[in-house]
Design a protein around this ligand. Structure first.
Ligand SMILES: Cc1cc2nc3c(=O)[nH]c(=O)nc-3n(C[C@H](O)[C@H](O)[C@H](O)COP(=O)(O)OP(=O)(O)OC[C@H]3O[C@@H](n4cnc5c(N)ncnc54)[C@H](O)[C@@H]3O)c2cc1C
Length: 508
């Protein structure tokens, strides 16, 4: 029998504990020894609070109980993201977790909707999306598994307290045999022969050895960058925001089942409602506003009383040149960072973990071809998210402050330019095969950012006008009828997952 794979995870933030939870539940105890080292003195970034629907697959794969997780992390449901003031001041659109309408006669729904809109006879496209109508009305229920029902046309994610999430995953992982040490790593020792990581040295002088080192040490990239000098591809020319101020505030009014991103004078502000408080932050470019002014603007635009002082964060958009280098894999902020506009970071952590698990299961030999394939895959995931984020900044008509003038006129990657041209031509949505964001996401952002097609697909003319009118009306009636019967988000939360006291996970 093979000896167990000795996995050392450096870091106990969201990335470290998601990795520990997944590896300890997917690999059999005899296949692995998992040791997580974190420093409670350094702490975690603790601001990743909005997720994407894919996290539910992760939970299912590793055996996390959704109701328990939500109750212990003060979570709410999320049906999408509302974007306010992005294309023009006064605009608002929702990027929904779900489809628009249904597919009739082989063409995507939006082609028929565009035809009707050109005749001046269509309701706004939002009216045909169950996720959007429910979000706007503050309603929620679980989706149906029956594809013939309109209630099957949406998905959902969570908004949770990031510190409680890490604490929850710690309890989950320790119950599956993960060993945790609270200590500071002061040195990383490389093998003389090939430069692979041999051990990390803790502040008490002890050494921790391993076969595979997973760097979840956050922005500092303790192993992947400081020790292995892997290099970083920077994308600030397309994603100019490089700082954030984060502050929680008291809840005011009903808990909305969506995250809000409001474009501001030098970036944008997030609002994430949780059961016990609302998370807020101003993501901005240091070229266009000072830290003090950003903090002051944020504090002046909260729903309720601030519960702490604004916390500053600094970052550089981009990704590590290789996230798997020698026997080290960087996951989370150590691997790269794309700003939180579409809540993609936790998703990228999930992709890294599940891809790594598929590639290494049962083996402690790291074939260079596997390493290369892994790196290619992760690179592609980052690049695709990057293009989608750039679209929000680039496709704006705003000219009221320097950041928007910069973004509106910047050069964008050819991969994005090509997609926008095809959409403008005949409303074709070219998504990436295997990319994170599918047709409804691109549609939401194209329409929301006022990227207007000059024509629709002529095949949409095949449907007789009266039939098209009644079909569209039927979809709209179905959506509104289903939402009317849904419970209020807060009532659903109260019966499904009322918040519990957080599990204590202090220094041991
Ligand atoms: C402003 C902002 C908003 C965000 N919002 C979202 C969001 O809404 N949704 C989303 O999906 N993501 C979001 N993210 C990203 C998300 O916060 C991170 O992806 C996530 O928290 C993972 O962080 P991490 O675990 O990689 O790093 P960290 O949380 O920084 O953890 C690093 C760990 O490494 C340990 N460590 C570091 N150095 C040492 C050392 N020398 N010795 C021992 N231990 C050490 C630390 O103690 C800590 O445990 C946001 C990020 C930012 C900056």
């Amino acid at each position: 029998m093979r000896p167990p794979l000795r996995i050392v995870i450096v870091g106990g933030g969201t990335a470290g504990w998601m990795t520990a939870a997944a590896f300890s539940s997917v690999l059999k105890p005899e296949q692995r020894e998992i040791h997580l080292i974190e420093s409670s003195e350094i702490g975690i970034v603790g601001v990743g609070e909005a997720t994407l629907p894919h996290i539910r697959f992760f939970n299912k794969r590793i055996g996390i109980d959704e109701r328990e997780l939500m109750a212990k992390t003060q979570a709410t449901f999320k049906l999408g993201i509302e974007f306010v003031d992005w294309a023009r001041l006064g605009d608002s659109y929702i990027h929904p977790f779900g489809a628009y309408g249904s597919r009739f006669s082989g063409l995507p729904f939006h082609q028929y909707w565009l035809r009707q809109q050109r005749r001046g006879d269509a309701a706004p496209i939002e009216d045909y999306s169950l996720a959007i109508v429910a979000a706007r009305m503050g309603k929620f229920t679980l989706p149906s598994e029956d594809p013939s029902e309109v209630l099957s046309t949406f998905g959902y994610a969570f908004q949770f307290d990031a510190s409680l999430y890490a604490a929850y995953l710690r309890v989950f992982s320790e119950a599956r045999g993960v060993k945790r040490t609270d200590a500071k790593i002061v040195d990383v020792q490389l093998r003389g022969t090939d430069g692979w990581i041999e051990s990390v040295k803790l502040d008490d002088g002890s050494l921790v050895t391993g076969d595979l080192f997973i760097d979840c040490s956050g922005f500092r990239g303790l192993l992947i960058e400081q020790a292995l000098k892997t290099g970083y591809d920077e994308w600030t020319r397309w994603l100019p925001c490089d700082r954030a101020m984060a502050v929680p505030c008291e809840n005011v009014g009903p808990l909305t089942p969506y995250t809000r991103a409001t474009a501001r004078e030098a970036g944008w502000q997030w609002r994430i409602p949780l059961q016990h408080r609302t998370g807020n932050g101003y993501v901005y470019s240091s070229q266009f506003i000072s830290d003090d002014e950003a903090a002051a603007r944020l504090l002046s635009r909260l729903d309720g009383k601030a519960l702490a002082d604004p916390r500053p964060l600094r970052f550089t958009a981009g990704r590590r040149r290789k996230t798997w280098n020698r026997n080290c894999v960087a996951i989370g902020l150590a691997g790269g960072f794309l700003e939180p506009l579409e809540s993609t970071s936790i998703h990228l952590i999930q992709v890294a973990i599940t891809t790594l698990l598929d590639y290494i299961t049962g083996s402690n030999e790291f074939d260079p071809r596997i390493v290369e394939a892994y790196n290619r895959w992760i690179e592609m995931e980052y690049d695709r998210v990057r293009d989608f984020l750039i679209l929000h900044y680039y496709a704006t008509e705003r000219n009221d402050t320097p950041i928007w003038n910069y973004c509106r006129t910047m050069d964008v990657p050819d991969s994005l330019r090509h997609k926008m041209e095809l959409f403008r031509q005949r409303a074709r949505v070219v998504t990436y095969k295997d990319g994170l964001f599918l047709e409804p996401s691109w549609l939401a952002v194209y329409f929301g950012q006022r990227v207007t097609p000059t024509a629709y697909d002529p095949l949409a003319d095949a449907l007789p006008p009266a039939e098209l009118t009644s079909k569209l009306q039927a979809v709209r009636d179905q959506v509104h009828g289903a939402v009317a019967a849904m419970p209020r988000h807060e009532d659903f939360l109260a019966q499904y997952c009322p918040a519990q006291k957080p599990a204590m996970a202090g220094k041991s």
